[in-house]
Design a binder for this molecule. Structure first.
Ligand code: ATP
Ligand code: MG
Length: 409
């Protein structure tokens, strides 16, 4: 960009992270060139976005986002900037200069511009000092800025945890005050944010901090409710263990799945609803199915969990009752279920936190590891002590039949 005579800077997270000696997740560039001009500079460039055009410049597998400076949010009389009656920014789509661009960024540490021409950092908002002090401070009046875009509250938590920075007191006060404005954010955007929050490797800390600021209840209202209702330490433990496990997995470079975590978040709400139905005489199986449906359809109003995620969550839940059948042919079929591993991990989690039989979880652990012969032995029903007839001779290979009697645990 600079070779072509434009001014261009690295900005945002990459500058912030480089100053910490960390490897940035991605690189964002801002320039005074407009999108059409950017496109002319790079061969592998695609323009995206309808409201605010951005350029994506492809270098092999890397994508560098190149944006034109945005204009300042001067006043709400400005027809380019539209606020709703809660103060939320509905439109802000005007190009500007770097001096204007800086004011529409969120935190001072996210508003540092790195100029590769002379290796200087351009800092209009005292971002360097805040960076040194490890402080997250919003640019301008915190409440106004949170009202403009309530997602900034979640971003504050995400960055505080990820960077180990503290949130400035004025921002904290504003967060407590306007936390419930998050409910006005489209659920699809909140889902994306939830993924970033909980699959970042610091899920547990993030969860604690979101609760502290009253933000968690906006993302997972039923979960928050279940934490308040049950206070014997056990429902909260499942969720905490799930977060802890996935943080550990990420630290070990293993993969984590969103559905497993969200299944843990919503497990207790499903239990509570199902129990309520069972008391009112609904058959158990139907009670659980209905409870799952209701909890999910409530949840997607806050965070739009995609269908493949909710399907997988249901499968993990449904597997839980199936783990009770350990005799006969059922185990050998269950083990081939595509979600068996996730379901089993979930069972272990429940057992660890007092929600399932430890011995049952251990049994399934052994069963998976066992060879075919031992598996067959493990699934033979226990012989009755007296008078009970064993239908199977020693060494006899039981045929797998759909309706073998007495194979329930
Ligand atoms: P990371 O990518 O590591 O999560 P980041 O700071 O790069 O952190 P992005 O979401 O990639 O975060 O945004 C890039 C930059 O755009 C931010 O640093 C900030 O300056 C600006 N920005 C992003 N979202 C907002 C927002 N909701 N309000 C104001 N400025 C924002
Ligand atoms: Mg970024």
């Amino acid at each position: 960009m600079q070779k072509e005579g434009y001014s261009a800077y690295l900005v945002g997270g990459c500058v912030r992270d480089l100053l910490l000696g960390r490897e940035p997740k991605d690189f964002d560039v801002v320039t005074n060139a407009d999108p059409e001009e950017i496109k002319k500079v790079f061969r592998n460039c695609r323009l995206i976005g309808r409201r605010f055009r951005l350029a994506h410049v492809h270098f092999g597998r890397e994508v560098i986002e190149v944006a034109t400076f945005r204009g300042a949010a001067e006043s709400s009389n400005d027809e380019k900037q539209v606020l709703n009656n809660e103060g939320r920014l509905l439109r802000d789509n005007v190009y500007g200069t770097i001096e204007e661009d800086v004011w529409r960024r969120d935190f001072t540490v996210n508003a540092l511009y790195y100029n590769i021409k002379d290796f200087s950092v351009v800092d209009y908002v005292n971002g360097m000092a805040d960076h040194k002090a490890a402080q997250l401070k919003l640019i301008g009046d915190p409440e106004t800025r949170f009202r403009e875009d309530p997602v900034r509250m979640i971003r504050a938590v995400r960055f505080a945890v990820k960077l180990g920075f503290s949130i400035d007191v004025k921002c904290e006060q504003a967060m407590h005050k306007v936390a419930d404005l998050l409910s006005s954010i489209p659920s699809a955007r909140l889902y994306d944010e939830a993924i970033k929050l909980f699959l970042s490797g610091y899920g547990l800390q993030t969860f604690e901090m979101l609760r502290h600021y009253g933000l968690f209840k906006e993302l997972f209202p039923a979960t928050e409710h279940s934490l308040a209702v049950e206070d014997d330490g056990f429902p909260r433990q499942l969720l905490i263990k799930a977060l802890e496990n996935s943080d550990n997995r990420i630290a070990d470079g293993k993969t984590v799945t969103a559905y497993f975590l969200f299944a843990a978040f919503l497990w207790e709400p499903v239990q509570i609803r199902a129990a309520d139905k069972i008391v009112r005489g609904v058959p158990e199986y139907i009670a659980y199915q209905d409870a799952a449906n209701e909890v999910i359809s409530q949840q997607v109003k806050s965070t739009a969990l995609p269908r493949h995620i909710t399907m997988a969550m249901r499968e993990v839940w449904t597997l839980q009752s199936k783990f009770n059948s350990r005799y006969g042919s059922k185990p050998s079929r269950l083990i081939t279920h595509p979600r068996f591993r996730a379901g089993y991990d979930f069972l272990v989690l429940r057992a660890e936190t007092g929600g399932a039989d430890k011995e049952l979880a251990e049994w399934w652990g052994k069963y998976q590891e066992a060879n075919e012969n031992d598996q067959r032995k493990m699934t033979q029903p226990p012989r009755k002590a007296a008078g009970g007839k064993s239908t199977r001779k020693r060494g006899y290979r039981p045929r797998v039949k759909k309706t073998s009697p007495g194979n329930e645990a």
